[in-house]
Design a protein around this ligand. Structure first.
Ligand code: 4AD
Ligand code: MG
Length: 431
């Protein structure tokens, strides 16, 4: 019979004090003196310090323990002891040691350049920071799915290869589709709109693609986009839903992965204090606030990173900016008084900026056609979309949330690349 291997997370408990167990994992840290060796082992559920006394092993075995390299895969057996000096309160007194694979000298050590770390991303993803970041991400998404279910939304699976643009031509990735041009999806929105007529409330989590030519700390060429669309919901209704969703996501993460949040420098208690509803201000007022901060902006200009930073750096909760000028917004947004769009951006606090783009959708087919022409789009590419305004059109609203943008705020990450395992940015698509 195969011996039972325990998970580190399950043995960190008084129940295991004094018990003999076996663990499989990787060498995270190693140091030794003549008589004693310390190995910190990492197994994907936690880390555990293991102490090997030379007197417990024959000479050859003890040499093997002392010669083990970082990131080697090993099996260790020993007795679990509670110990206040150990990082998590427990350590193993080792009496068994088996090498599964002795690693070559690990290329990553301290103080390496960002370019080097990106070239070795496939190894660097083992680091504590990225491990914690991806766990917080998983918890955020888990919280979102539970909230959507509770609110009666169906998960949908829209296409990635598309024939028409949702967010304008300048950031479209063109691909060859059996010899003809096609595009990678920027947003599932238009497809989700088609699906509300069958399901009323829908959402999807898909990769979205933007050929962003600027190098910034918050733009990826490929990111995970959480989008929703709901029939019979107006702007006020969709904003309320977004408040509920974002709160549910961050509270879920605070409860599920408090250790990982702390590793990233975020106090989970801070997140639990964030409560809906979030503040709402109109674009007009936002412009005034930005100007008062001494940052230049004119009415009619879209917000850049520095504008959003000025607006949010002193806040501790997210804020909605509503009713942008219609001329700077997408063709599908509902027009108000010919001047504004019935839309909102949700901006993260502490200067992190936009995490959600959202609007009530235009139901007047003539307005949509007018806007498409304004943008220089071909009407025939959107005939299928216009059909939605011909067959049972209803007031409806929806939004898109950038998962990596949300995580960057929640995890206090300086750069968006640390929110995703293999960041796709200009000049990099490997490994
Ligand atoms: O504001 P955006 O462009 O809105 C849309 O795509 C709508 N069609 C969504 C909808 O209503 N269904 O993008 C939505 C969100 C942004 O708020 C931001 O969080 C994220 O997607 N986002 C990016 N995240 C990372 N890298 C990029 N290059 C991003 N571009 C947008
Ligand atoms: Mg936007």
């Amino acid at each position: 019979m195969e011996p039972k291997y325990y998970r580190i997370e399950e043995i960190l408990s008084p129940k295991f004090d004094g018990k003999q167990v076996k663990i499989r994992g990787w060498v995270y840290r190693q140091r030794n003196s003549k008589k004693i060796a310390f190995i910190v082992i990492r197994d994907g559920t936690g880390i555990l310090q293991c102490t090997a006394k030379s007197s417990n092993f024959d000479e050859k075995k003890f040499e093997e323990i002392c010669g083990i390299r970082y990131e080697s895969s090993i099996i260790v057996g020993g007795i679990i002891k509670s110990d206040d000096r150990a990082p998590n309160g427990y350590e193993m007194q080792m009496n068994e040691f088996i090498i599964i694979h002795q690693a070559e000298p690990f290329p990553i050590s301290k103080d390496q350049s960002e370019a080097f770390l990106l070239d070795h991303r496939h190894l660097w993803i083992r680091s504590q920071k990225l491990t914690s970041s991806f766990r917080v991400k998983a918890a955020l998404i888990e919280g979102a799915r539970a909230y959507f279910k509770e609110q009666g939304y169906w998960e949908m699976f829209p296409p990635i290869i598309t024939g028409s643009s949702c967010e304008g031509g300048s950031t479209l990735f063109e691909i060859k589709y059996f010899g003809k041009p096609a595009y990678l999806s920027q947003s599932a929105q238009l497809y989700l709109e088609t699906l509300i007529f069958a399901h009323k409330r829908v959402y999807s989590l898909t990769p979205s693609f933007r050929a962003e030519k600027s190098r910034t700390t918050r733009h990826l060429a490929e990111y995970w986009h959480l989008e929703a669309e709901a029939a019979f919901v107006d702007l006020d209704g969709i904003i309320k839903f977004e408040d509920g969703l974002v709160t549910a996501m961050i509270h879920h993460a605070a409860k599920e992965v408090p250790y990982d949040l702390q590793q990233l420098g975020r106090d989970p208690k801070e997140l639990l204090e964030i409560k809906a509803p979030f503040e709402r201000i109109r674009y007009d007022e936002a412009v005034e606030r930005i100007q008062k901060k001494g940052v230049e902006i004119e009415w009619g200009e879209d917000f850049g990173t520095h504008h959003e930073r000025a607006l949010t750096e002193d806040l501790s909760s997210p804020i909605h900016v509503t009713h942008f000028p219609r001329d700077i917004k997408a063709f599908y947004m509902k027009t108000l008084d010919g001047k504004y769009a019935e839309c909102n951006d949700l901006l993260a606090p502490e200067g992190y900026g936009e995490i959600i783009g959202s609007s009530q959708r235009e139901d007047d087919i003539d307005n949509i056609i007018f806007n498409l022409k304004r943008d220089g789009s071909k009407i025939e590419d959107y005939e299928w979309y216009l059909d939605l305004r011909r067959f049972g059109s209803v007031p409806h609203s929806g939004f898109g949330l950038g998962i990596e943008r949300l995580l960057r705020w929640i995890g206090k990450l300086d750069h968006i690349r640390d929110t995703i395992a293999y960041p796709r940015v200009m000049n990099r698509n490997t490994p």
